[in-house]
Unconditional design. Sequence first.
Length: 304
Amino acid sequence: IEEAPIEETRWRNALTPAEAQKAIARGYRKKRLQDKFNKWKGQEQNRRRCLVDGVTGSIEMSVDNKMVVTTLQSGGPASEAGIKMGDIILVIRRKGRGGRIIEHPLRDKQHFLGAIGPQAEVFEGTKIDILAASTDKQKKRWMNIASEADTTLDGWMKRVEAAKADDFEITVGSETETDKETRRKQMNTVARQKDLPIEAVDLADCFLSNAKNAKRKVEVVFNKIDEDGSGQLNINGIHEVFKELTRDTCLPQPDEKYSERIFSVMDESEKQKVTFDECYPYIKWEMVKMITNEFLQYEQNKDE
């Protein structure tokens, strides 16, 4: 028990939760220590998940709401992998942090957009697998079993296996000018419908496509709220940061409970204050989710 502070420091300095787990295997099995480690492990996984500093990429392919490939750029990542017009896209699979396999069942276009964007940690250079029904036999098998009642991930994957879907390995390419234009067009359409200023769209797009500028913007707001120059903010300060960022991007204003929930995850040391480096990953992650929901999925839902 007396060695807990030393061991806790070792956990916090570990590169990954898996490496930290080895420390506890060396004999620190007191329940209080185990509980502390488990709490930190969850926080560390959240922090790493929130470090969404990649560059927005593209596979140069789009689908309709039935997940049928409707546009495919010749020479693009999807085309080069072997995907063809008319294929039915069923699953996107990728490796998450720590090597965990993450599978996204694709029931409609909204699921597809959610599985390949920044909110899913899929960026330029990310390797993904796309499972698709390509041949007439595969498509027929899929159409016969697609509407079965079991909507769980296991049920979906069993049907994909039964359809004998093809597996296409794809490395996400750089975002094309057409993709950028399409995304901005969607966001501008929403801005006009909601009577939003163009500055809000520019900042929102920055969070999705320019990690350096997004970080700079958050840091400016953080320093503005940090009036005493201590380099730390309490829960009220973080709430003000969220309020200013959402106001500048014309997103719905978060309530205090929302900020309290995010702050409780940021404040790993439980000092009731966080530095910029401690809070930025979570702020960035939350902004990406809100922008995606407000601008891109809003437009998708409207089209449907």
